[in-house]
Design a protein around this ligand. Structure first.
Ligand code: GDP
Length: 186
């Protein structure tokens, strides 16, 4: 467990979105500058830390990533309290969320409404949400227009960015944007 002695602030942030949209790789790119072509699905909950400078302060972001997130959505509406407890413990105390879809799979974009409902049900009221369209390097396979991402972000009052964990495009910017916004309202 990292201590918070070497930073001025410690923020909890989470990654959400359908499976295989690139959450684990966004996290490993930001935290370790690594990318894995055949990454294995996350087992359980993983998290990583990274320090970022915001103004003259050092902010440590604790970033959570989970397995089986796709089922989180459906389980949320289950009457089984046990699953509600798991879901709510993932969201509990999170000040920021990166909501990720895959620009090459329309379905992952269509599911965003469900993820937003869940974020708003379980997350803090003033949680900072950054909408991220990942895999921007796969230009020929694109199914979701940049404009559609922008429009949804405007409608839902979210920050928006397209990223490529593979090519390391905008990944740093997306995390730093989330961390800076949290810092501003903290
Ligand atoms: P998760 O289930 O959302 O955590 O997704 P992963 O990070 O495990 O990624 C799923 C698959 O997409 C893996 O094969 C990754 O190598 C691939 N992937 C992730 N990000 C990118 C990206 O930006 N571009 C491309 N081309 N592939 C990516």
């Amino acid at each position: 467990m990292a201590s918070d002695e070497d930073c001025d602030y410690l923020f909890k942030t989470i990654l959400v979105g359908d499976s295989a949209v690139g959450k684990s790789n966004l996290l490993s790119r930001f935290a370790k500058d690594e990318f894995h072509l055949d990454s294995k699905p996350t087992i359980g909950v993983e998290f990583a830390y990274r320090n970022t400078k915001v103004g003259d302060k050092i902010v440590k972001a604790q970033i959570w990533d989970t397995a089986g997130q796709e089922s989180f959505g459906s389980l949320t509406f289950s009457s089984d309290d046990r699953f509600r407890a798991i879901t709510s413990s993932y969201y509990r105390g999170a000040q920021g969320a990166m909501l990720v879809y895959d620009i090459t799979r329309n379905g992952t974009f269509e599911h965003l409404k469900k993820w937003l409902t869940e974020l708003r049900e379980f997350g803090d009221r003033d949680m900072v949400i950054v909408l991220v369209g990942n895999k921007s390097d796969l230009v020929d396979l694109r199914e979701v227009d940049t404009e559609d991402g922008k429009k949804l972000a405007e409608l839902e009052n979210l920050c928006f960015m397209e990223t490529s964990a593979k090519e390391n495009l905008n990944v740093e910017d997306a995390f730093v944007e989330m961390i800076t916004k949290i810092y501003e309202i903290a």
